[in-house]
Design a protein around this ligand. Structure first.
Ligand code: UD1
Length: 356
């Protein structure tokens, strides 16, 4: 049985994708350094699998290690090949992902994000594994393009921070590699918009190790009384209510997009493809806050502050291409996002109490 390697698979998006792949009966091996994730996530995914109704569940294993280490990778690829479970597909989630941190510490972003990619590609090629899905980001697009209209895959690319630059550069590396032997590589760059939500079981969600600065983790800090009120950055943007508009996509919809992409790649000729993964719907920061309050019947005090540097008023995916090519359609609503985030937060407080 072939194996799917999820590099960095215990992080937020990786863990949800693993759960979906395993429930579909696919075998998954995670390699993760645990730099930005915890091993507990592996056992939580196993629990999800035990509860799952599906009769054909895949095998799930985990190796702790650094994806930059070629020797370590080579050993694992060899071992899986010899056991008859050769690694045939790689989903590359491994990397650092905080925009703010990347500005302060650009070298570690270049080191980790680029070198994990080069090591993976080198060893994949050695073992004739040429199928890759890469976690890219809407960050690769040029800011002005994001002003008023939805972003297509053809919109101009021009990131403005080191994190975005590494994603953009990796896309370039992948393009060069694919062109070098275009009848060999099957590669998809999935450009995620704003991933939010959690698995409906409440067993996995956004990693507690991450330093929060994104909207939902900050909102949870207020819910958990670690912060008095939520700061909303800007009330005078040229949008429907003056706050920024984003394409919040439920992480389970995102996870399902990976499975659909995998099917697409394997059923088509070798190619490299860029796909926007978002809902195509814009929700303002205020709308999200209102929905969170109404869905979960909770208080959520907030205060307006000045605009955050680097923000854009409107970032929404034109997801026509993904809808057309993939057997995929996002199905979860903003209310589902709020409900699942709430459930995960309740469970996660308990997990953290146990760890302390
Ligand atoms: C950011 C990253 C993007 C990454 C995404 C992950 C940038 C430029 N982009 O997107 O690369 O893929 O996170 O989810 O940083 N907000 C508040 N108060 C807060 C936090 C956020 O009002 O305490 C607002 C922001 O101003 C923004 C919106 O909420 O308008 C969403 O912010 P955030 O969750 O940080 O995501 P992005 O900045 O859109």
């Amino acid at each position: 049985m072939p194996t799917i390697l999820a590099a960095g698979g215990l992080g937020f998006i990786g863990s949800h994708t693993c759960a979906v792949l395993l429930e579909k009966g696919l075998n998954v091996l995670v390699i993760d350094s645990l730099e930005n994730s915890v091993e507990d996530v592996f056992y939580q995914i196993k629990k999800i699998l035990n509860f799952a109704k599906s009769s054909k569940k895949g095998n799930f294993s985990f190796r702790k290690g650094d994806v930059r280490n070629k020797e370590f990778l080579r050993k694992i690829f060899k071992e899986y090949k010899l056991s008859g479970n050769q690694i045939e597909i790689v989903i590359h989630f491994a990397g650092l992902k905080s925009v703010g941190e990347s500005v302060l510490n650009p070298l570690s972003y270049w080191d980790v994000n680029i070198n994990t990619t080069i090591s993976l590609l080198t060893i994949m090629d050695e073992f004739k594994c040429n199928n890759l899905i890469f976690s890219s980001s809407a960050t690769v697009y040029q800011l002005e393009i994001l002003m008023n209209k939805k972003v297509t895959e053809e919109s101009k690319l021009s990131p403005i921070n080191p994190y975005g630059n590494t994603k953009f550069t990796i896309e370039k590396i992948l393009s060069d590699v694919s062109q070098s032997e275009s009848n060999k590589w099957r590669i998809a760059n999935l450009r995620y918009f704003n991933p939010v939500g959690a698995h409906e079981s409440g067993l996995i969600g956004e990693n507690p190790k991450d330093k929060p600065n994104n909207l939902l983790p900050m909102l949870l800090k207020v819910i958990n009384k670690e912060k008095k009120e939520l700061s909303i950055f800007g009330s005078d943007w040229p949008t429907k209510d003056g706050t920024c508009v984003r394409d919040f996509v439920h992480v389970m919809d995102l996870a399902e997009a990976h499975v659909a992409t995998l099917k697409f790649l394997l059923n088509n000729e070798p190619q490299i493809i860029n796909l926007n993964i978002g809902t195509g719907e814009g929700t303002s920061v205020l709308e999200l806050i209102d929905s969170f309050k109404n869905t979960n019947k909770c208080d959520l005090p907030y205060v307006f502050e000045g605009r955050r540097p680097g923000d854009v008023p409107y970032s929404v995916a034109d997801n026509t291409k993904a809808l057309k090519l993939l057997d995929w359609k996002p199905s979860r609503s903003i209310e589902d996002i709020c409900k699942d985030t709430w459930r995960w937060n309740k469970a996660n407080i308990k997990i953290n109490e146990k760890l302390i």
